[in-house]
Design a protein. Structure first.
Length: 366
């Protein structure tokens, strides 16, 4: 497959993922770009000649993030109509997108330099599903470690009010409430006490920086204005009281955290969401090795757990799973979920997720 064919295929994969996650506007944009992208602009030429793996590198969402930034800046009324869902005719969408690429070529080009930043607080609901399963198995006291924390919005997981099918967790007066459409049996209504939440990212973002806030907003799908309000609320929470987020290689950081003394009666939990696909295999392998070694040392007094929300390409959705030590049970699939946890389906987990391992290959970032 040529680079250009792989790039067009990446847009088609992302189109499928968007349609599977109730994002028709973004799906239409991906379809238009898959068919109509040319080398006429610097941006188009760079995308079509992409040197890396375009799906792993999330090239479609890099470009659409740049287009959305132009809309949010008030720089393109025609493109704004497409992002608002007011223009849906495929030919018209394609024409507007082509013109936007020509008009905003210089502004769009830098959006290809780095991966999309889709730090979505809603994913805390899916991750909390895993943490509740950990608490039900090992006890309420948790120490949480997150890799790929981006701007740290999910490091607020203990400060959000999260409602999961009748099971509510977090402060009743929390300024941000997360209430996904819950399907299936509710998670266990067990006590949970998160004593510490720490995170790392290879390139962390300062959510309190207005430029970062604008960047995060550009990657929010236009179909979900409630997500934008939630992100702004989360950033306000960080401005009021920060999070423990550091710059670090994920494997270096996990190895160092697992080597630290662990308090008796506290479960140490590694968690992540839509991250595993971006780790170099050497990094992922080191984390697996470190977790299994720590699992071998785990005791009933000092347990270890791993909670993940990661995409399954065949399903077009996320799978939420948990693994704990001591014990030889392996991965427990808890639920499937929308890309941004707009819905969580615990009832479908056994039928659709059985036997799925942690993601190894390229997937789709959302």
């Amino acid at each position: 497959m040529t680079n250009e064919a792989a790039v067009r295929g990446a847009f088609r994969i992302q189109e499928h993922y968007c349609r599977s996650n109730a994002a028709p506007i973004y799906a239409d944009l991906c379809a238009a770009l898959a068919e109509g992208l040319t080398r006429e602009t610097r941006t188009g030429a760079r995308v079509l000649g992409w040197a890396g793996e375009p799906t792993r590198d999330a090239v479609p969402l890099r470009l659409i993030g740049g287009l959305h930034a132009s809309v949010l800046a008030g720089a393109d009324a025609d493109l704004a109509a497409v992002f608002a869902g007011a223009v849906t005719d495929a030919a018209r969408v394609a024409a507007v997108v082509a013109e936007a690429l020509r008009r905003h070529d210089d502004a769009l080009y830098p959006w290809l330099d780095g991966p999309p930043q889709t730090n979505e607080p809603g994913r805390s609901a899916a991750l909390m599903t895993g943490l509740l399963a950990v608490a039900a198995r090992f006890g309420p006291r948790l120490e949480v470690l997150e890799i790929g924390s981006s701007a740290g919005l999910n490091l607020l997981i203990d400060r959000y009010r999260i409602a999961l099918g009748g099971t509510a967790v977090g402060p009743a007066d929390a300024p941000v409430r997360i209430v996904p459409d819950w399907r299936g049996p509710p998670p266990p209504a067990v006590p949970i006490a998160i004593g510490a939440v720490r995170g790392c990212d290879v390139a962390p973002m300062d959510a309190t920086d207005p430029a970062v806030e604008r960047r995060l907003a550009a990657y929010i799908w236009a179909e979900a204005p409630e997500r934008l309000a939630r992100v702004k609320g989360a950033i306000a929470m960080i401005r009021e009281r920060g999070v423990d987020l550091v710059q670090a290689d994920a494997a270096d950081w996990v190895e160092a955290r697992l080597a630290e003394p662990q308090a008796a009666g506290t479960v140490r939990v590694l968690m992540h969401s839509v991250v595993w696909q971006y780790l170099p295999e050497a990094t992922a392998g080191r984390i697996r090795t470190a977790m299994h070694a720590a699992g071998d040392r785990a005791t009933a007094e000092r347990p270890l757990a791993w909670v993940a929300m990661e995409p399954d390409r065949a399903l077009g959705h996320q799978v939420v799973r948990m693994r704990g030590w001591p014990g030889a049970e392996g991965w427990q699939v808890l639920a499937t979920a929308h890309a941004h946890a707009a819905w969580i389906d615990a009832g479908a987990a056994a039928a659709t997720g059985e036997g799925i391992a942690l993601p190894e290959g390229a997937q789709v970032r959302v």
